[in-house]
Design a protein around this ligand. Structure first.
Ligand code: PEP
Ligand code: MG
Length: 571
């Protein structure tokens, strides 16, 4: 029995989870480490051999293509990769691991490659040391090719699985939600990553930015404490008993607190606030309706779009979007067009947050963009829909998007396709450029959504996926308050509706600040919905307006935060 150890991290989703670690391995091609039953071993070896064979074929194809295009020299580069695949020290050792330790291929690859990586790192010859890149490449290829073969007991995660990994993509978390995942702990990431947002909306306790988790292996007992920001590795009997009691008390409290589904979102002084829900996957629409949400202020469609690991075809998109609208039962749904980039770690280390993200990606990949827009318009007959463009940074980009929207409508007209010709088109204000020029965009759109997650990231120069700067991320920073005040002032004359859909709207004190600054439409994840409604019903708008006036004159985030927290009712 190992000794209990405390691992510190950052709280991404509150709550406590007791369970067993299930390690995900590669952040780009997520896979799981687990033990096999003896009768699964032979099949697993075959699965691994299949991946080696597939990798070899791919490399050979690549090699002959390279030979054709740029001569024999460059094709020798591929030889290095092919040699790794023939290396008995590598391939045979992996097979041996699977057979003797009864572990799945991914885990065996990890163990063998970790040893080899360490050996490379010890080499004094710089050239040879750099060859570890070839091994890294081949490992990634093998893992990728393994993904196309079903994992033997993927569906048999333990009942109390706590996902542990360097980084767990939000889609993985969502896909596994029904498979007994009780907690999440990652080595990297911050509370503003999509994975953290997803964990909150699924109410899965989560800790991120805990680098010491690297040593945790699948099967190790863990406690994720989303109140204290720690993971307890191999907890002692006493610790377990203490947490079990807390878990029971917490569940009782949650039951008692109930919810106020049917109560209107009105402040004490009778100001009506629109309160919508953010959803990340189509399935969440049912829960949104069941929670009495007035509208969906943000549906992040990229998660569903890239869910299968391949692009969906138009017919399945139309079917999915139609189902979302039908299930919404008349509540308007804001479909944000795909916003790739936020959670991707690019192969070459480029920070996607400053690259080809959101609308930029769509304008560079018009086939994908048009397919999604066509599907949205075709589904639009099934209920009120709004189309929202993310990461807009100039009027030029917005105009370019309008040209494409018009082309899509004309295509549908030519096909005599039925669709709603007046689907409102909106823009996310989430870049400093959009915040500064939103008044110039106002005549070109029907509505706005304020994405404070990105806005704060770009205004305060804090990478939202980097845990080392997560403590600097602060919605109460005077720069943010001034920016929000300015956006409100710039847009007021236009009368165009604005909904705040970033996480700032999901925390009662910062949401109260938004109300005070004049934003009367908020959209929050489902988990936050009851507490934000409670906050709205417990505050007075005139009071919040005074508060906003005072905090706009303050100099430091801490002063603002203190003032807000002591003044506003903490739901
Ligand atoms: C935001 O940026 O505030 C937002 C709502 O979108 P996302 O978190 O998907 O970037
Ligand atoms: Mg955003």
């Amino acid at each position: 029995m190992k000794k209990e150890r405390i691992i510190h991290g950052v709280v991404a989703s509150v709550g406590v989870a007791l369970g067993k670690a299930v390690r995900t391995f590669d952040p780009l091609y997520v896979s799981f480490n687990f033990k096999l039953r003896p009768d699964q071993v032979r099949k697993e070896v075959e699965r691994f051999r299949g991946s080696v064979e597939k990798s070899r074929e791919q490399l050979k194809r690549m090699q002959s293509e390279l030979k054709r295009k740029s001569g024999p020299e460059s094709s020798f580069l591929i030889d290095a990769h092919l040699l790794v695949l023939q290396d008995r020290l590598f391939v045979d050792r992996i097979i041996e691991k699977i057979e003797t330790a009864h572990i799945n291929s991914e885990w065996a690859i990890q163990q063998v490659s970790d040893d080899l990586f360490q050996a490379y790192d010890r080499l004094s010859d710089e050239y040879l040391r750099e060859r570890r890149g070839d091994l890294d490449d081949i490992v990634r290829r093998l893992l990728h090719n393994l993904q196309s073969k079903p994992l033997p007991s993927f569906k048999k995660l333990p009942y109390d699985a706590i996902l542990v990994g360097e980084l767990v993509p939000p889609s993985t978390l969502f896909e596994l939600r029904s498979q007994r995942i009780v907690g999440l702990a990652t080595e990297t990431g911050s509370p503003l990553s999509h994975t953290a947002i997803m964990a909150r909306s699924l109410e899965i306790p989560a800790i991120v930015g805990a680098p010491e988790l690297t040593e945790v292996a699948s099967g190790d007992p863990l406690i994720v404490d989303g109140e204290r920001g720690i993971v307890i590795w191999s907890p002692s009997e006493e610790t377990l008993a203490e947490y079990k009691t807390r878990d029971r008390d917490g569940k009782k409290l949650k039951k008692r607190s109930g919810n106020s589904i049917s109560a209107p979102s009105v402040t004490e002084d009778s100001v009506q606030i629109s309160l919508g829900a953010n959803i990340n996957f189509s399935e969440e629409i049912r829960a949104a309706v069941a929670n009495g949400c007035e509208f969906v202020g943000l549906y992040r469609t990229e998660f569903d779009f890239f869910r299968e690991g391949k692009q969906p075809d138009e017919e399945s998109l139309v079917a999915d979007y139609s189902l979302v609208l039908k299930s919404a039962k008349g509540a308007p749904v804001t479909f944000r067009t795909i916003d790739v980039g936020i959670d991707q770690k690019s192969w070459d280390g480029v920070n996607m947050n400053l690259g080809v993200r959101g609308l930029r990606f769509c304008l560079e990949n018009t086939d994908i963009f048009k397919k999604q827009l066509r599907s949205l318009y075709r589904a639009s007959v099934h209920g009120p829909m709004r189309i929202l463009l993310p990461f807009v940074s100039s009027v030029d980009d917005l105009d370019a998007a309008h040209v494409i929207l018009e082309e899509v409508r004309q295509e549908l007209d030519a096909r005599r396709q039925l669709y709603d010709q007046h689907v409102p088109i909106g823009v996310m204000i989430e870049t400093p450029a959009a915040a500064q020029t939103c008044d110039l965009m106002a005549s070109r759109v029907d509505f706005f959504c304020l994405g404070t997650n990105d806005l704060i990231q770009y205004y305060l120069v804090i990478d939202r996926s980097d845990q080392s700067v997560a403590h600097l991320y602060n919605p109460f920073h005077p720069a943010i308050l001034r920016c929000l005040h300015q956006v409100h002032t710039l847009l007021k004359p236009s009368g165009k509706p604005v909904t705040v859909c970033g996480e700032m709207a999901a925390d009662p004190p910062s949401a109260a600040v938004l109300l005070g600054l004049g934003f009367t439409s908020l959209s929050v994840n489902l988990n936050a919905y009851p507490r934000i409604k409670r906050m709205i019903r417990s505050v007075s708008m005139s009071h919040l307006k005074d508060l906003a006036g005072q905090i706009l004159r303050m100099h430091k985030p801490k002063e603002v935060e203190e003032k807000v927290r002591t003044t506003v009712y903490r739901a």
